[in-house]
Design a protein around this ligand. Structure first.
Ligand code: NAP
Length: 313
């Protein structure tokens, strides 16, 4: 039986692992097949403190992992498929493999949202993508569309200027949600054009994307729009399917916690984007992972003390 299992290996999960490992808990991190979380899909991270010249997302996550392993964290690249938090010890499964633990930190993060429009599933990986770092290079000298008006969309659009002949950002409103610095960079870029108040309502193409259908949200008019690729950057949904019925989730699927650390199940803690609908930053996720780990440590200490008392009694 494990003292502590950490589910997830983004900044929250791996920070929790560093702290728990340094507290001699030898935590087991069930990292997922694609370990490292969302930063594995980004390029330059410019706002993680301590890196004045920026650092590549995957490099940052390698450093997190190495630091956790240095102090004795065990990391398995498996996807958790089921949990049972109604029993003691707590149970976690990855396929047929069963794990038992006294405490668990849930740090499964969030995944990119899709538009759910006709053609999107069929053309995924064939011109429709949510990851510019993964797929951008396939569209050299092509016309690329980015959907969204937040920081992710601006980041994707700016990154894609390395490849595309032209980038068109399509946003459903007439103002950007992105931070000023990112918005200004994108608005000033000669390769980036904007289409406002417009929704992408269909992706067209048989074997690869050939065009989009756009709807003007002011007039309701629809029109065809030629594009070789579309990158959807409209936010994220928390990865909480496996916790339904086990932990309280809010309407959007985020884990409910009274203090942002504890869940309603004793011994189960939470950290990072799986809880945090508001900030969603690598540095805030890391801070939450730290808090979750310190609380898990305290919980285990108290359990040990109770056990020692009852043995003596
Ligand atoms: P976000 O801030 O929630 O923005 C999502 C964007 O997509 C919004 O503009 C939203 O439109 C649009 N959208 C949502 N659903 C849509 C739909 N169904 N159809 C069309 N458009 C849709 O998400 P994000 O950009 O992924 O950023 C999330 C967090 O990560 C933010 O806190 C952000 O600052 C941070 N982040 C930071 C960086 C950086 O600093 N380098 C990079 C990436 C992300 P509305 O504006 O109309 O709501």
């Amino acid at each position: 039986m494990e003292r502590l299992i950490i589910i997830g290996s983004g900044p929250a999960g791996l920070t929790a692992a560093v702290y728990a490992a340094r507290a001699n808990l030898a935590p087991l991190v069930l990292a997922g097949h694609q370990y490292g979380g969302q930063l594995m899909l980004t390029t330059e991270v410019e706002n993680y403190p301590g890196f004045p010249n920026g650092i590549l997302g995957p490099e940052l996550m390698e450093a997190f992992r190495a630091q956790a392993e240095r102090f004795g964290a065990k990391i398995e690249n498996v996807d958790v498929t089921r949990v049972d938090f109604s029993v003691r010890p707590l149970r976690v499964w990855a396929g047929d493999e069963e794990y038992a633990a006294e405490s668990v930190i849930v740090a499964t993060g969030a995944s990119a949202r899709w538009l759910n429009i006709p053609g999107e599933v069929h053309l995924r990986g064939r011109g429709v993508s949510t990851c510019a770092t993964c797929d951008g290079a396939f569209f050299k000298d092509r016309h690329i569309v980015v959907v969204g008006g937040g920081d992710s969309a601006m980041e994707e659009a700016l990154f894609l200027t390395r490849f595309g002949s032209k980038i068109t950002v399509i946003h459903r409103r007439d103002t950007l949600r992105a931070s000023k610095i990112m918005a200004d960079r994108a608005l000033a870029h000669p390769k980036i054009a904007f289409i406002w108040n417009t929704a992408v309502v269909e992706a067209k193409g048989e074997f690869h994307l050939q065009g989009l259908v756009l709807e003007d949200l002011v007039t309701g008019e629809r029109r065809d729009f030629a594009a070789d690729a579309v990158f959807i950057a409209i936010g994220h949904d928390p990865n909480t399917e496996i916790f339904a019925g086990q932990l309280e989730l809010d309407k959007a699927g985020y884990i409910v916690s009274p203090d942002g650390v504890r869940t309603k199940v004793p011994g189960v803690f939470v950290g990072g984007d799986v809880y945090d609908i508001r900030y969603k930053q690598a540095v805030t996720a890391a801070g939450m992972g730290c808090k979750a780990s310190l609380e898990a440590e305290k919980y285990l200490e108290e359990r040990d003390a109770e056990r020692a008392l009852s043995l003596r009694g």
